[in-house]
Structure formats: C-alpha cells, structure tokens
Ligand binder design. Structure first.
Ligand code: PAF
Length: 280
C-alpha cells in the first residue's frame, strides 16, 4: 500500500490506472469504512482511499479542531483491508488558495441536516468533486448512514455529468444497534448506553408506518417528544420519500425515516430505508 500526500505524486501514481474504486473518508476509520473498502474490490482493480478532514464542510461552531485524527491507526486498517493507495493531503495541498469556487448543492441541501448545518453540503459537494477530478475514479463508495449526503452526491454526479458510478454501502452497526460513526467516540459512558435509542425510535417509526398509519407529522412529533423526554436534543425526525427525499406522501411506497439528535454536544444521525405496501 502506498501512502501519498502530494497531488503531483498522486497524479503520477494514477496516471495509467483506468479502473479506480475510490472511498473518500475523513479518517478515524471504523468497521463501516472498512466494509466500504472491502466492497470497493468489486468495483475496481485499484482501491484508493482518501483521508482528509475537510474544513469547508464544518460550520464555525462545529468540531473541526477536535475531529479525531488517527492517521497511523487508519493506515494500518487500510493496509489490512487491501487498499492500494491512501491519499492523505493536508489543507494546503487541496486548497492552495482560498476556495472561492464552491459547488452549490441542490435545494434539498437546505433541509434535514442542512437546515442545522448551513453550507455543510456545499462543502461536501465541493471536496468530493475536487477529489473525483483528481482521481478520476470509475466508482466511488459512500455509506448509507449519511443518506442525505449520498443523495446529494448522486444528484451532483447526475446533473454535472461526472463519469463515476456512485455505490452505497450498508450502515454497519454495533451489537446494540448504534450506527458506527467517528463521532461515537465523543460519547461519555452513560451517553453511549443511551445512544442506541435513536435507532430504536426509528425502528418504532418504521413499525408504526408498516402497521398502516400515514399521519407522518404526528408520528414524527411523537417520536421527537419521546426522545426529548429521554434527554435528547432533537434536530429532526422525518419520514421522507426514499426516491426523492421529499416529505412522504400517503401513497409513497419507498420510504426512509431519518433522524438527527444530540446527546450533550454529540450529534448523532441515523436512518432506515423501508418499503410499505400500497394502501387501498
Ligand atoms: O462522509 C464523509 O466522511 C465526508 O463527508 C466526505 C464524503 C469524506 C467528504 O469530506
């Protein structure tokens, strides 16, 4: 495995490689990332992972400075996962001058997480497009846990005709259901015990809708009230169309329930995609 931090070296290394499967990350890798690396082998001959904590996607009061940086350990995991090249640029490599050209993510970027993290998805879209241009991968893999991010990247690639196949990887969970996330490491022990409740609350929403209820707003409000009662600060719980991410309509069959909520300062997100039978 080669570890490359400079852009010219990366270009040189990938110059004659036509079949790249790419997994962009911000490091602090967990089993969810590693499953994407393993899945990547089905989509390319050369697996490239990037590790870059992208300042452009963090708001002024967010955790950019404290975001966990564990490069040596990450590289060990990537080596064990059979990755061929790890790209580890620093900020000056990717943003040698102030980035004044920014990808404007589609309007859905102002809803759900975007309503609480203004500019976040513009920052994500900009770095992802930049990395796609540098690497020119045939396929790129993203975790389904960041459902809205995945949706926006698919939309960007489609609308800007970027020649890359976007592949989704299943959310990997701890034994108690908590979705794996680099931010789980921020949780204090008692918060870690509480954290799986978000997933359980989403599972309850799925069951309620599958049982026939379609009063989505009432279900969302009840779930938010329940989590608030259990000590969470809830940003949103929403049932949406899994195909368009628009608010769910009673006759939608492919749905996704998404949630974002904080335990103390730690913001967790999760979602469950599900199908329901047509109502008569
Ligand atoms: O999901 C992430 O880790 C980041 O948003 C990404 C896609 C690597 C862009 O910085």
């Amino acid at each position: 495995m080669e570890i490359i931090s400079r852009v010219p070296e990366l270009r040189e290394r990938l110059h004659n490689v036509s079949n790249i499967a790419f997994v962009p990350t911000m490091g602090n890798l967990h089993a969810g990332h590693i499953s994407l690396m393993e899945q990547a082998r089905q989509h390319g001959d050369c697996i490239v992972a990037s590790i870059f904590v992208n300042p452009l996607q963090f708001g002024a009061n967010e955790d950019l400075a404290s975001y966990p940086r564990t490069l040596a350990e990450d590289c060990r995991k990537l080596y064990a996962a059979g990755v061929d090249v790890v790209f580890t640029p620093n900020e000056a490599d990717l943003y040698p001058q102030p980035q004044t050209v920014i990808v404007q993510a589609p309007p859905i970027a102002g809803e759900l997480c975007g309503a609480y993290r203004p500019g976040h998805f513009d920052g994500v879209a900009t770095i992802v497009l930049k990395l796609f241009n540098l690497l020119q991968p045939q396929a790129a893999l993203f975790g389904n846990k960041d459902f809205q991010q995945l949706f926006i990247i698919r939309e960007m690639v489609r609308q800007l005709n970027v020649p890359v196949a976007i592949v989704a990887g299943e959310t990997v969970r701890e034994a108690d259901g908590l979705a794996m996330s680099s931010r789980n490491g921020y949780l204090r022990p008692e918060q870690r015990v509480e954290a799986p409740r978000l997933f359980k609350a989403l599972q309850q929403v799925v069951k309620t809708v599958r049982d026939g209820r379609r009063d989505f707003k009432a279900i969302e409000t009840q779930t938010m009230q329940y989590l608030t009662m259990m000590g969470w600060i809830v940003d949103y719980i929403e049932v949406r169309s899994a195909d368009t991410l628009a608010a769910a309509a009673a006759n939608d069959r492919n749905l996704v329930v998404l949630g974002a909520a904080r335990l103390g300062k730690t913001r967790l997100i999760d979602n469950i995609e599900f199908c329901v039978p047509q109502l008569n």
